[in-house]
Structures are given as C-alpha cells and as structure tokens.
Write a protein that binds this ligand. Structure first.
Ligand SMILES: NC(=O)c1ccc[n+]([C@@H]2O[C@H](COP(=O)([O-])OP(=O)(O)OC[C@H]3O[C@@H](n4cnc5c(N)ncnc54)[C@H](O)[C@@H]3O)[C@@H](O)[C@H]2O)c1
Length: 434
C-alpha cells in the first residue's frame, strides 16, 4: 500500500520504518527541514534501539522516503497517517494546533478514496472534529480511522513489530478493514471499536499505567516508614496475575512525553464532561511529590549543599532514549543547584538534549568516572544498563565520600554490603549505612 506519514518524531518515524519493513511503500513528511535532511542521509534524529538498521535497509530498498513536500507525500497516498505532536496546552488539555494544521495540509491533496488515520494521542471527539474540518476544506466526505499508538520509547521498533494489540476505531467499515489489512503482516490481535472508544482506550491505558506507578511509589513511601522493602513487596504483588509485574517499580515518578500530559488531558476531558475523577488528581499529586523525594533525602543527609559536588547519573526520563521531555532530572538539577550544589551529570545519549533544557547551570561529564570523581554524593536518576552494571566499590573509591542516593533501586543489597564503608539510600527500602 502507498502510505504517507505526517510527523517523523518517535511515533511517526518508528511507524514509517516498520510499515516499510512489512512491505508497504512509505513516504514520511515533516515540516522540520533539518530532520528530513538528516533522515535522507540515513541518520535518525532520535535514539531508538534497532531503528538505524531498519531505516537504512528500507531506504536502500526504495520502500521508505523522506520529504518536506506535501504534494509529494500526500497526492498519491492511499492511506495518510497523522503522527504529529499533541503537547499539553496551558489549561491541561491537549494542544491540537499541530493536528489542525496537518489536517488543513491534508485537505488540499486527498481524493475520495484516501483514508486518514489519526495515530497522535487525541481527546475523545477529535476524530469527528478533524473529519468535519477536512470535509469543510475539501468539500467531500472523508474516511477517518482512529489508530492510537502504544509504543514505548526505548523499545519502539519491537513494540511496533510485536505489538500487544492494534486498536482500530472507525465508523467506516471499509476504512477499518483496509487498515486491518495494512497491519496484517504483523500478525497482531486487532480490536475494532467506535472512534470514540479507540480515542478513550489510549488515555485510559496511559492513565492506568501512570496510576500504577503512583500507587507503587506511595507503597514505597509507606515501606520506608514501616521498614519494609518495596522491591520484595512489588515482587510478591506482581506474581498475582490480576496485578501483573509491569509498572511496579518504585522510583522518582513517571516522566516523558506521554504520561504527564495524557493524565492531565484525561482529567481535563473528565472536567469538561462534569466527571470529577479524583483518582487522577491523586496520581498527579503523588507523582509531583515523588519527584522531590530524592532531593529531600540529600538535604536531610547534608543539611546545606553549598560547596558539595553531586554526581547525577542519568538525565533521560528513562533508559534507552534521548528524550528529556518531563524528565525528573530537570527539577532535580534545578533543586540541587538552587541549594548551592555543584552538579555534574552523565547520560550515555541524552546530554545534548539535556543541555538545551537545563543549560549551563550544571556541568556535563563524558563518562561516569568523570562525573563521580571527588563527588560528595552520587544520585542515580536514570537506570541505564551502564549505571546498573557499574562496579559500585570502584565508583565509591573515586568519590570524596561514599554516599549514594539511588532513585531507581539499581543495586541489590549484597552488592552494596560488599562495598565496605558506604551510605546507600534507596527508594522504599531501608538505607544501608556501613
Ligand atoms: N513518544 C511516544 O512514546 C508516544 C507513544 C504513543 C503515542 N504518542 C503520541 O504520538 C504523537 C506524536 O508523538 P511523538 O513523540 O512522536 O512527537 P514528536 O514531537 O517527537 O514528533 C512530532 C513531529 O511532527 C512534526 N510535525 C508537526 N506538524 C507537522 C505537519 N503539519 N506536517 C508534518 N509534520 C509535522 C514535527 O516537526 C515533529 O517532527 C503524540 O500525540 C503523542 O502523544 C507518543
């Protein structure tokens, strides 16, 4: 099938690469010229494991193209997939301005048979609103499909090629069946629903996962108060199939480009529809509190931070991505510098993106060794493999004081106890002070 994708971000690019991999002819369109110039050279503008190989392979096979030209991408497309950003607006609702512009762009080039697929995360009712908008511009009825995306950054390619499910929401049977056919080579279970249900499935899923994280973080805080170990508790809970093991990792809260904005957008949708949804308010409040837990522990241990060198390991909002959107490292860096600490951060891939947001208020190291050299304490912010596989004793030997605040519970108790003299402050577990 001839497919055009609008937006070559984490979702659009991963989708484009995977659809070309399963045999479709894909043209990816973006308004960001720099991205397209890079992509045409086979260079991915984002870090995503496995993406580069599939990108170059499918470009070489002539199945994947990149352009900034709307007529080139849209004029002959059978299917147009919209994957532009829907960031958080000032009032908490999703900002649909990119989507509205993309829809206007589309309306100039579609014909009667083109199917428009909204993959961006959009509030319930948006597909209907976009349908009307496009029809008002182009003057004929269009076929819409809501096809929300569930990939996780850091495993986007695997999540797309081996998805748990594909949601297809449409009021047009022919369009739904064509999109089902488009995905058939993936051999993934397809759930067909109304457009509104498909839109709701995406928000309900993300808000549920965010709530699961806030729940285990609240349990972690209680574990600390009563002397229990949240990792043991989570293991015990997760073996119950009704609960499941995923998203039961206590830490410093969720971040990233989706959970924070999607929870707030769902709360906004509830509000405008007269539904209070206090559970979501608590999910957000617990997460805001959890982002401050690590700094509170540092302050409790040191009193003031003037003249202290703090090494921050990890900047990205989670491992295997260079995305800094809503990363807990941002408020943590701001708080530490506000209290006078000298912060030296290390991240394997997110440093350039972090510098654009955090700026020069902190220093950036090229290695873990450089970051921890003569540090008064280490803060673990992102659980990168490189961080988890560190030789803790060796790291401590390079520091001024052997103090670790672990926001991601990276190290087993035996590893820490084997280090000799150490102060180790994890989340939701007793501290180890030897
Ligand atoms: N990132 C994720 O993990 C993830 C997962 C599931 C769903 N989503 C949702 O998917 C959507 C996209 O997310 P993302 O993280 O890929 O966004 P992104 O910000 O990384 O990328 C969006 C891209 O769209 C481009 N764009 C904007 N207007 C355009 C237009 N008129 N024509 C062509 N391109 C245009 C931008 O230049 C940008 O490159 C959002 O709604 C998001 O909530 C994201």
């Amino acid at each position: 099938m001839k497919i055009a994708i609008l937006g070559t971000g984490y979702v659009g690019l991963s989708t484009g690469v995977c659809l070309s991999q399963i045999g479709h002819q894909v043209t990816c369109l973006d308004i960001n010229e720099q991205k397209i110039v890079q992509l045409r050279k086979g260079i991915s503008p984002i870090y995503e494991p496995g993406l580069d190989d599939l990108l170059t392979m499918n470009m070489a096979a002539g199945k994947l193209k990149f352009t900034t030209s709307q007529p080139e991408a849209l004029a002959n497309a059978e299917i147009i997939i919209v994957a532009v950003g829907t960031p958080q607006g000032d009032d908490g609702a999703a900002d649909l301005s990119y989507l509205v512009q993309a829809s206007k762009d589309i309306s100039s080039y579609i014909n009667h048979d083109t199917i428009i697929v909204i993959k961006s995360t959009v509030p319930v009712g948006t597909n209907d609103f976009i349908k009307k908008l496009i029809e008002d511009y182009c003057g004929f009825p269009v076929k819409m499909v809501s096809n929300p995306e569930f990939l996780r950054q850091g495993s986007a390619i695997d999540d797309t090629l081996k998805a748990d499910r594909i949601i297809i929401g449409s009021e047009n049977e022919e369009a739904a069946s064509k999109i089902q056919k488009m995905y058939r080579p993936l051999n993934v279970e397809v759930i067909i629903t109304s457009t509104k249900s498909a839109e709701m499935i995406k928000y309900a899923s993300n808000a549920f996962l965010a709530t699961k994280i806030s729940y285990i973080n609240e349990i972690a805080n209680l574990c600390e108060a009563v002397g229990a170990d949240v990792q043991d508790v989570a293991r015990g809970m997760g073996k119950d199939k009704r609960i499941g093991e995923e998203f039961l990792y206590a830490g410093i809260g969720y971040g990233g480009s989706c959970f924070p904005k999607d929870v707030k957008a769902l709360l906004h949708t509830a509000g405008v529809n007269g539904v209070k949804f206090p559970l979501l308010k608590e999910t957000i409040a617990i997460n805001d509190f959890q982002r401050e837990v690590l700094v509170a522990k540092v302050l409790k241990r040191f009193g003031g931070l003037k003249g202290k060198k703090i090494a921050m390991l990890g900047l990205a909002f989670k491992p295997e991505t260079d995305d800094m959107r809503e990363a807990p490292s941002i408020p943590i860096a701001a708080a530490l510098t506000k209290y006078g600490a000298e912060v030296v951060a290390y991240d394997p891939v997110a440093t350039d993106n972090a510098r654009k947001i955090i700026g020069d208020s902190i220093k950036y190291a090229g290695s873990i060794d450089e970051a921890v050299h003569e540090a008064d304490a280490v803060l673990i912010v992102t659980e990168w493999k490189e961080v988890k596989s560190i030789d803790v004793a060796e790291m401590l030997a390079k520091m001024k004081e052997p103090i670790i605040f672990d926001g991601r519970n990276c190290f087993p108790e035996e590893t820490i106890r084997a280090c000799g003299s150490v102060e180790y402050y994890p989340i939701g577990k007793p501290a180890i002070i030897i």
